[in-house]
Design a protein around this ligand. Structure first.
Ligand code: HEM
Length: 223
């Protein structure tokens, strides 16, 4: 622990440093993240097998369905680790939306210019990472939508198809099992792309391994 560098403009109790690195990702977030990543990759592989069974022969259809269901329940339980951590800790500020629309778009534009141009010229990211405001505007809006909307919808549609009989009332209300299945598959396609883009963006740190290491240790170097 060391004293707070004034430029961070955050309460001192929130700042923890080691070898001039800032503590950004607490243990529950790191455990949630890597279990979640493993779970999503497994769900994508088994889901692909279920949806396009005629194209693959990696496992039996039955194994794919069983694995998909078990892993899905583990991923749902793990989601509540993430949600519980943020709800009950002061780090929820990371997920607060920017309510000043002009400020949000100005900052998002600067961030886009950085990703599209500045990063190739070795410029610094316009967003300063601090423990309670760690996401740049683009990460912020993406993670809010994914974690609070897209992921819960995927869980709900998956649950409905896991036990169609039990949820027949809701399924009928939503327009039938085909509608529920289509939403689930569209979100699956979204997650295939997201996971690839997200992993690629994760490699855009100081060195390709920087952000990955940070998501394991919790400490981030000054960018
Ligand atoms: C191969 C898989 C994955 C890799 C290599 C990876 C990598 C990373 C890295 C390096 C970070 C830290 C940088 C940042 O904050 O953006 C991160 C954060 C994050 N990732 Fe991933 N990720 C993977 C899969 C996923 C999946 C499938 C999701 C989907 C739900 C996801 C959601 C998130 C979220 C929400 C954060 C911010 C976590 C927080 O601090 O609250 N990641 N990821």
């Amino acid at each position: 622990m060391s004293s707070i560098p004034s430029e961070h403009n955050q309460p001192e109790a929130w700042i923890k440093t080691k070898d001039s690195e800032l503590y950004i990702n607490p243990l529950p977030v790191r455990i949630w993240h890597w279990l979640n990543a493993l779970g999503f990759v497994t769900l994508i592989l088994t889901g692909t097998h279920i949806r396009y069974a005629h194209l693959f022969n990696l496992m039996t259809f039955e194994t794919a369905v069983k694995t998909h269901n078990w892993v899905a329940f583990a991923v749902i339980a793990n989601y509540f680790v993430w949600l519980g951590f943020y709800i009950f800790s002061d780090r929820i500020t990371n997920y607060h939306p920017e309510l000043n629309v002009k400020k949000f778009f100005d900052n998002a534009f600067k961030q886009m210019m950085y990703y599209g141009y500045g990063i190739f010229r070795g410029e610094k990211s316009p967003h300063k990472v601090v423990p309670h405001d760690k996401f740049n505007p683009m990460q912020s809006i993406t993670y809010q939508i994914i974690m609070l909307l897209v992921v819960p919808i995927q869980f709900a549609t998956g649950l409905m198809m896991w036990d169609v009989k039990r949820f027949e009332g809701v399924i009928a209300l939503l327009g039938g099992v085909e509608v529920v299945n289509t939403v689930h598959v569209l979100i699956y396609i979204f997650f295939v792309s997201f996971t690839m883009i997200h992993a690629y963006m994760g490699a855009l740190g100081h060195t390709p391994a920087t952000h990955f290491r940070e998501m394991f240790t919790g400490y981030e170097e000054e960018h």
